[in-house]
Design a binder for this molecule. Structure first.
Ligand SMILES: [Zn+2]
Length: 174
């Protein structure tokens, strides 16, 4: 299990620190709400894992930065058929550390920034980054949604089990 880790973000950037590790979905309740995960996978401890790398540095303008790299695999829920979709997470984001929200000047507004924090909660930071980057309405590629067809197959098997000859004779005269 991931021990809740906190860093001093400015110190982390100033000293080029780096952290690697692994977190599990079970530790991120806000994210779990967005995903399609069968309850069983938690009961049996098969929680999905995410590898993380956190790297602190000062950029070429001598601004303190954090680089977050997350790597994992999720099940999202298709908005059309409500079945799971495998979603590989490959996220790299660079965050500028600012003292106040108005510190980030206009020409840098394409860079995400976070407030300097000497007790930054890593798990909360990673969870937030993942949530910001999840597709808004994930869907299978057109033609790949299958629940209707699966329902039909199950029904047919049920009919054969209860009365195989009736189904056979129907087929003959088609
Ligand atoms: Zn679908």
């Amino acid at each position: 299990m991931f021990e809740r880790q906190f860093i001093d973000s400015l110190d982390f950037a100033n000293n080029n620190r780096e952290l690697h590790g692994e977190i599990t979905l079970a530790e991120m309740p806000r994210l779990q709400d967005k995903l399609s995960i069968p309850e069983v996978s938690f009961e049996h401890g098969h929680t999905e894992k995410i590898n993380y790398t956190l790297h602190g540095f000062r950029d070429r303008n001598d601004k303190p930065m954090l680089k977050v790299k997350l790597d994992g695999l999720f099940q999202l829920q298709c908005q059309r058929c409500l079945q799971g979709i495998a979603y590989p997470l490959k996220l790299i984001s660079q965050l500028l550390l600012v003292n106040h929200w108005d510190d980030s000047s206009v020409e840098e507004d394409e860079i995400d920034s976070i407030l300097v924090d000497n007790h930054l909660d890593l798990l909360a930071l990673f969870e937030e980054e993942i949530l910001l980057n999840l597709p808004f309405a994930p869907r299978h590629p057109v033609g790949d949604c299958r629940p209707v067809q699966e329902g039909y197959v199950v029904e047919e098997i049920g009919r054969i089990d209860t009365n195989p000859f009736a189904v056979l004779s129907e087929l003959k005269y088609k």
